[in-house]
Design a binder for this molecule. Sequence first.
Ligand code: GRF
Length: 203
Amino acid sequence: MTLPIAVGVSGRGTNLQALIDAIRSGRLDARIVFVASSRKSTPALERAVTAGIPCRAFPPAANGGREAAQTLMAATIIGEGAELVVLAGYDRVLCDAFFARIGDVPVINIHPSLLPAFGKLNGTAVHEAVLASGASKTGATVHRAHAGMLDEGEIVVQRALPVLPGDTVETLSARVLAVEHEILVEAVARFSELARPSARTPA
Ligand code: GRF
C-alpha cells in the first residue's frame, strides 16, 4: 500500500523537496497528502503548492494560540488520512494536545546531528556546537517524536560523516543536509514497507 504521509515544515523545505522528488522518481512508495506549516509564507509551502499538495499554515496567533493551532493541525492531518507524520524542519515543540489528537499515527523528526549528541539545539547552533566541541564526526538522525520529549525518541535511521579540517558552519551544514535528504527518504521507506500487506502477514 502506498503510505499516505503528512509533512510538517517551517522554512526552506529542502527535506520536503527530497521526499517529493523521491516519490516522483519512484524511489519511495508514499503519497504526501498534506503539508502543515507553523508559519505563513514559507518557501516550504511554496514547494507544496508547486507540487500540487494540499497545504496550510497554522500560525498560533491566527489560530487561538499554540495548543489550539496544533490541535487543529493534528485534526487536519488525521482528516487527510495520513498514516505517518514527518517533521521536516518543523520549528516548534509539539504540545501534548497534538499527540493526543494524532493518536496512534507515528510521528518522526529529522535532526542534523548524531543524537543524542547535540540535541535540543536548532539550525546553525547545532553545527557551531559540533565545531566548537572538536568532534571528529557528526551526522544526521531521524527519530520517533513523542509527547514531552525533545530530540529523544527511538532512532529510526542515523548516518555519520566526518568533520573535515577547515570545516565552517556553512560547509558542514551543507554536507549534513545532503545526508538528511538521504536518510529521511530511507526512514519513510521503512514505514512504507511496514504498511505493505505482505509485511503484516506472519511467515
Ligand atoms: C534541517 O536541518 C532539519 O534537520 C532541521 O531543520 C532543517 C530544515 O531544513 N530540523 P529544510 O527546511 O528541510 O531545508
